[in-house]
Ligand binder design. Sequence first.
Ligand code: 5GP
Ligand code: MN
Length: 319
Amino acid sequence: MNSQIELDNIVEVINRAKTIGIFTHVSPDGDAIGSSLGLYLGLKQLKKDVDVVVDEYSRCFHFLPAREDMKEEGRKEYDLAIALDCASQSRLFDPNDSFLHSKVTVSIDHHASNTYFANFNYVEDESPATCKTLIKVLKRLNVSINKEIGECLMAGIITDSGGFRYSTVDDETFEFAAQMLDVGVPISDIYYRTFDVKTKAQFELSSIATSRLTFYSKDRIAFTYITMEDLKKVKAAAGDHEGIVNIGRNIEGVEVSIFLREDEDGTYKVSFRSNDFVDVSEVAKMFDGGGHARAAGCTIDPPFEVAVKKLIKETVKRL
Ligand code: 5GP
Ligand code: MN
């Protein structure tokens, strides 16, 4: 489907709907939270009866407007359910299965691995963030992107682009940031809160993970992990593991960084990052995961040693 036609369709179904539910992926990051709140505020401006449903998230985003309106579950059904920043229905945080029961569904996203699971899908896989893709939708809906909406969208753009560092950042991204400065969005403050400030538990987890860094393939792969015991010891809260995967990635000569985190159910959540050429979404796909070329993830079963061996083996193949 031509994406322009799909955008027209999405604008039409949004305009037509009275009740709208907004959903995003489990373990939400800045882009998931920012796009959800940004769209929520935009649809409120259009006087829609709208809910925003978001899973537990890092307290570094507590400064965002309207976050107290977030719901833990959706209604039984909506005229329209919108999934943001979510590549597949199985990754959607939707405890009430509202998405499944809603009359019309839409997905707005920037993952190349998006499965086009909704009735209408607007996916820009070259976009640095779903928040950036959302700008087009909001403009087409004649929403005024004010300071509050701008704060949400900039939080997503800043975090998902690694602070304007990734190659997906284009002239439009900087132009939008400049426009947002003009309406009063405190960009340097958002940058500081989301990048520089660490919780104590986050700092402690980072030092544990740093002490366990192991290198493979002539130091081109960096690997580290944290266990449930570590998470309990430092009294970790949601999002406190964020950033650990970058420790290995930022070491000179490392192409792929792999970070494994033990989950409550005993499985391991894996994060992959690459620097120049390895498409880590391909590696993640081997384990039923997905993501982007330079940032991807999957879940893998224990035992630990076997899991690590498999991950390293699949990565080495692509070096
Ligand atoms: P993170 O390492 O920050 O958890 O995730 C990096 C990227 O990979 C994100 O864009 C995220 O959507 C994607 N991702 C992480 N875990 C999974 C997974 O289990 N399945 C899929 N399909 N994508 C994932
Ligand atoms: Mn994203």
